[in-house]
Design a protein around this ligand. Structure first.
Ligand code: HEM
Length: 226
């Protein structure tokens, strides 16, 4: 009887833990849609404190990258993949075909990603080119690299979304992921799926708990008869 109860308690405990773990994961994920977020920049790698391009004037580099990167980042989430679009200003000083972007992956390592040019705007009186690339999640660190002609060398710096993405596109970048209506529809489906997952978990837990209680009672009655 004791081992039987222990097994049932362990089963219920595992079920509760699984539900507690699943619900916040569902609740914190971005809903499919288009968002605008703020960003932070750093010349040196924020984890190592060292520059990638070998530059040593960190204060000058920090002010350059804070100025060159558009203050807003476009975040697109289609329910599966997340994309960021960033804007690089001062493009009249930069060799256009030299721009590449690395993105920090979930394992902490940086990987070259395909950065697609999606258009241009004007930032502080100079051309600002827009680059769109995939990220593991909206707050993954990204690291643009490009050749600065007056410096006669490549520079590389780091950026990261640092504010909660707000629904809607208030950037000057073009959103590539479908229409607003399509994304709203996808968001509605995702919401319904999340609600159903929670309902199914709760019902399953209730059914299992009821069955367990009935079995315990039945076993108890059998023992009483003996
Ligand atoms: C994120 C972008 C940039 C970063 C991180 C950066 C960083 C730096 C750093 C660390 C230096 C000190 C000297 C060195 O280490 O070579 C420097 C110098 C300089 N930068 Fe940049 N820079 C950037 C963009 C630009 C742009 C767009 C221009 C174009 C106007 C520019 C023009 C210069 C010039 C003229 C110098 C002085 C070069 C020299 O000392 O010979 N930089 N930059």
């Amino acid at each position: 009887m004791k081992t039987y109860r222990k097994r049932i308690s362990a089963l219920l405990m595992a079920l509760v833990i699984a539900m507690v773990a699943a619900i916040p994961a569902l609740a914190t994920a971005l809903k499919p849609g288009i968002y605008t977020a703020g960003r932070t920049t750093s010349y040196a790698d924020p984890e190592t404190g060292k520059t990638v391009d070998g530059g040593t004037d960190i204060a000058l580099g920090d002010s350059m990258c804070a100025n060159i990167l558009d203050k807003k980042v476009l975040v697109e989430y289609d329910g599966d993949k997340t994309y960021l679009t960033i804007g690089l200003g001062m493009m009249s000083y930069i060799k256009k075909d030299s721009v590449t972007v690395q993105v920090q992956q979930k394992n902490g390592k940086y990987k070259d990603v395909h950065a697609e040019y999606t258009g241009k705007s004007i930032l502080d009186g100079d051309d600002c080119y827009h680059y769109r690339f995939e990220v593991p999640d909206a707050t993954a660190r990204f690291s643009p690299r490009f050749y600065v002609m007056p410096m006669s060398r490549y520079v590389q710096f780091f950026g990261q979304v640092n504010t909660t993405p707000v629904a809607g596109n208030t950037t000057s970048f073009k959103a590539e992921k479908g229409t607003a209506a399509g994304i709203a529809q996808a968001a509605k489906h995702k919401k319904a799926r999340t609600a159903w997952t929670i309902v199914i978990c709760v019902v399953a837990a209730a059914v299992i708990a009821t069955v367990c209680i009935l079995l315990i009672k039945k076993k108890g009655k059998k023992n009483d008869k003996k």
